[in-house]
Write a protein that binds this ligand. Sequence first.
Ligand code: SF4
Length: 367
Amino acid sequence: MVGYIPRKIIVDTKVRDSLLTHNILNNLPGIPVEYVADPNTAIDAIRGEKDPLCVGKKVLLLTENRGRFLKPCPGTKEYICCGYRILNFATNCNLECSYCILQAYLNNPAMVVYANIEDMFAELEDELSQDSESIYRIGTGEFTDSLALDHLTGFAKLIVPYFAHKENVILELKTKTDNIGNLIDLQHNGNTMVSWSLNTEEVAKREEFFAPPIDDRIDAAFKCQNVGYRLGFHFDPLIYYPGWEEGYQRTLERVFAKIDTWNVLWISMGGFRFLPELKPIIQKRFPQSKIIYNEFVPGMDGKMRYFKPIRIEMYSRMLEWIRSYDPKLCVYLCMESREVWRKVFKEDRVENSENLAKILDDTGDKK
Ligand code: SF4
């Protein structure tokens, strides 16, 4: 995979001396840099472009996070949610998946790195010391891809060794890339897992434009396994199309041809869902994409979803195929109702978000 290179870097003068800013500028010699006291003017200028999402992805903005870095995952109360926390060190992503929710969710179109990581570490020290009994499951891949910018930021080299010394944390780096160069020599002490979003090769080719092919992602997972990282896989979004069964079975075959099932901490599944505002964006930016031309129903959270019987069918078949490799693999559903859980797993083990959080905490604790 060719790593992301911006056309321009904008540095908020408040973070001009931060370690991340130095890393990024050192890794991008020759790229024009503009220093600004207030990044809002630059952001407004991008918003005024004809195609702000496209222009924004070419601009790397280094600024400060003035709010909290660590936040609960924005799951919805209507569905069972896994109790994850997000470490918000960057927003936006260059991989251009047609279905990416960030296109409708973020109001800043630039690629943003929050460079005041000294504040982030201070916040983490404070937060993690408050409840030493609980397991903190923390991820960096909700508002960005965890590793897409790592060749520029070197963020993994800072965060992985930091968490290696914490007792009660599992950090999940979630990615579609093979950008794992920085991870290989790090001391992680089993406290960091690396997980890949996977799909069928057809969906990857058609809908995940700048993400590496599925085999390259699995090869990257294999390399991480070889240096002791525990792994995760996310089949989200599952896309319903003629031939989906063969497509997903083929991806699972490729995964388990290389990856040891005992080394997989969890596998999640989530059917394709989207905010209604995303549909015109996909139509405009990805006119060849067919994924929105299906029958959908509005869910309790306002997102459009496949009909329940389709979701149940997809999850049930996937579960059957995954469990044929190892019946003990931890598999969970992302943002689904208790009824769907019960029909897929044929038991009522997960009644609410607390149950699911406990199962994942216990799984993480066995790392
Ligand atoms: S990898 Fe994730 S964050 Fe990046 S464009 Fe695709 S869906 Fe969005």
